[in-house]
Design a protein around this ligand. Sequence first.
Ligand code: C5P
Length: 219
Amino acid sequence: SSRLPWRGKNVLITAGPTFEPIDPVRFIGNHSSGKMGFALAHEAAQRGAAVTLVTGPTSQETSHPGIQCLRVNTAQQMLDTALEHLEAADIVIGAAAVSDYRPATVADEKIKKSEDHLSLDLVKNPDIIHSLSKRRKPGQFFLGFALETEKEAEHARAKLSRKGLDAIVLNSLRDKGAGFGGDTNKISFIDKNSELTPFALKEKSEVARDILDEIDRRL
Ligand code: C5P
């Protein structure tokens, strides 16, 4: 119906940070709040979609019946969980702030303080949205995010094409009120034809509406 225009659609969303363990009590993580991913999940569910939200550790909660919220810690767990839901997805959104690296080994016991210097050996994590888009089926739509500090549009377009996406949401760190933690965001939507649509600074719930409208227009 017109009230539930996304009824019958499956939407897969990654959200939040990932935590990569160093030892039983420590991890490498980041300050992603998960708010943008949860706002997208909520907006898609409001439109009638069946949403699978794979989220890293965050204080965000959801009780929307249209959202299946799957909580994970690491990038590898996020990838494995997303892969289980990829086939059914019509739209895949990578809103997670994935740790690019993880400790090469996880210490069994708490690492003791001893020398003045301690080095951690890190290995690259899989790129989740790229791994998913490599397995794309005809008709699936892939959206990523890019947080850039310089040559924003150029870097975002390169990221879109490198990761095999249909579109990318650009957050500029230059814009006050955009990005991590806050309740507002200022984005531009860039599609694979390089068309760039800028938006004003808004609440993340409204940003989610703009993003889904832009996706809708391209389905
Ligand atoms: O390469 P960069 O981290 O700037 O790309 C950001 C986009 O890629 C976001 O959509 C993010 O969710 C996704 N990403 C990912 N797995 C990674 C790194 C980034 O899915 N390991």
